[in-house]
Design a protein around this ligand. Structure first.
Ligand code: SF4
Length: 484
């Protein structure tokens, strides 16, 4: 049997779709006679071009991995594919369809089945035996939709063959820049806006001996970056340190990308991260407002967080702290307070993401209680709540650009802190001022950020006028010009 595994990826996504390689490895382990190929496409490829490639593969079964960003295009491809090749079996899996299996099957006649939850075993058994007795499958039977029982998680994730150690991924391929790797699967936290923990409600570790072999092999090919897919890499700090030491031992110049809980970062971990070239660290805190955090089932220990940030800053590690805009009880002013507190820690970077009210999450169920209104089509962005109106949400979008220009670009950063100190104006207020000031210019194409950098003395003059601090202009201008 010929099976094609496919996904439409974000242009900027990692080069290797790990989930498809896991599936391929598992299918081949169950039945080595199957012919399994993988084709990944990008958002920018046209549907006819994608269809041509898929049809060329002459597969009897086609599996698509579905996410928020590709579901619309994937369903379009499925419809066209079924028109051209009615005999082909189309199976969907992934976080975007798992909680919506019935709805997808009811609406999309082109889709034959949906694999719910952890997919490897369900998919491999399904293509050999059909759906009836297989757990974790939703399918159509006599015009009715049947959901088989949920599948328990694999007890031993090490059963899933490593795509690297078994040679499924050709690491010699020079076009591979970033290599994703899971050292664990699942999450023991229960954030209200997240679906990942619903699919994988507890942590299972890949054996350290396997992780070590994978790292040794991957790093010997000197990829640009190894991206650890673990939800919270340092949730088990001792284990995380062991993995970092392995990374350091085998590294030949690659960078490391991880997601961390800052409260669990101590001096030793920061030093190991630094030695491991961890230049891409994500830190999701979402909010600093205790009531908001409680409503989304998260915690933030500010004292420990501050300590962790200090340890990262001391070694000049580059990291990104992530906030979410529309959340329960989070007002516009509250979000500004979060920003001011974070900027007082002199972080490497702060970003604000839009809330996506994902299917299957606790927050989607409770959205009405918090007055959260959102687009019911993917990516399900929220546009207002009881605490934040639509105009404020739009203002926050402009903030992001201000944060990029005034802080992340480094260009104005020193002046920003100096103005705050000398004029007693909050950073978040200066960001707001910048958004108002910037709106007077007509957006230009690619060189627009440079254009704004050149105009930055004008912005400083604007601030000094606005806050009646004329003397500050002369004082801060030399520093600003020096940074240019
Ligand atoms: S957001 Fe991250 S930490 Fe929270 S439940 Fe999801 S995966 Fe776990």
């Amino acid at each position: 049997m010929k099976i094609l595994l496919s996904s439409v990826c974000l242009e900027s996504g990692t080069d290797i779709q790990l989930s498809l390689y896991y599936l391929k490895g598992y299918i081949l382990k169950s039945n080595p006679s199957f012919e399994v190929s993988i084709h990944c496409f990008t958002e920018n490829q046209s549907v006819p071009a994608i269809l041509r490639k898929i049809i060329e593969a002459k597969a009897q079964v086609i599996g698509f991995s579905c996410y928020l960003w590709n579901i619309k295009k994937t369903l379009h491809i499925c419809r066209r594919l079924k028109e051209i090749r009615p005999g082909v079996k189309i199976i969907l899996g992934g976080p975007e369809v798992s909680p919506r299996a019935e709805e997808i099957l009811a609406q999309e006649k082109a889709v034959d089945a949906v694999v719910r939850g952890e997919g490897e075993e369900s998919f491999a058994q399904f293509i050999q035996a059909g759906p009836d007795q297989i757990r974790g499958i939703s399918f159509r039977k006599d015009k009715k939709i049947v959901n088989t029982a949920d599948r328990p998680l694999l007890r031993n994730v090490g059963k899933v063959p490593s795509p690297y150690l078994n040679g499924l991924v050709d690491l010699k391929d020079k076009s591979i820049k970033d290599v994703p790797l899971e050292t664990m699967r699942g999450c023991s936290f229960r954030c209200g806006y997240c679906y990942y923990h619903k699919n994988f409600p507890y942590v299972r570790y890949f054996p350290l001996s396997r992780v070590e072999k994978e790292l040794r092999l991957i790093l010997s090919h000197k990829p640009h970056e190894v991206y650890l897919m673990d939800a919270t890499f340092n949730s088990n700090p001792q284990r995380a340190k062991k993995i970092l030491k392995m990374f350091i031992r085998y590294n030949r110049g690659s960078n490391l990308h991880v997601e961390l809980k800052t409260e669990l970062v101590d001096e030793e971990m920061a030093r190991l991260l630094c030695q491991a070239n961890a230049y891409n660290i994500e830190i999701g805190i979402q909010s600093t407002n205790p009531r908001t955090l409680k409503a989304i089932n998260r915690t933030l220990d500010k004292a420990r967080f501050r300590k962790g940030i200090r340890a990262l800053n001391k070694l000049k590690l580059y990291y990104e702290i992530q906030l979410i805009d529309v959340l329960p009880y989070q007002s516009y002013e509250g979000l500004k307070n979060s920003l001011d507190w974070l900027y007082s820690l002199h972080p490497a970077k702060v970003v604000i993401f839009r809330l996506a009210v994902l299917a299957g999450t606790a927050l989607r169920e409770e959205a009405a209680d918090f007055g959260i209104e959102y687009d019911h089509r993917p990516p399900y962005y929220a546009y207002k709540s009881n605490a934040m109106n639509e105009a404020e949400v739009k203002k926050i979008e402009k903030f992001s650009y201000a944060m990029d220009r005034l802080y992340d670009s480094q260009f104005f950063q020193k002046t920003l802190f100096a103005f705050k100190k000398n004029a007693g104006v909050k950073i978040s207020t200066i960001l707001e001022d910048w958004a108002a000031w910037e709106s007077r210019f007509k957006r230009r194409p690619a060189d627009y950020p440079e254009f704004l950098n050149r105009k930055s003395p004008m912005f400083l003059a604007y601030l000094c006028r606005r806050y009646a601090k004329a003397a500050l202009y002369e004082k801060l201008l030399p520093g600003l010009l020096k940074g240019r």
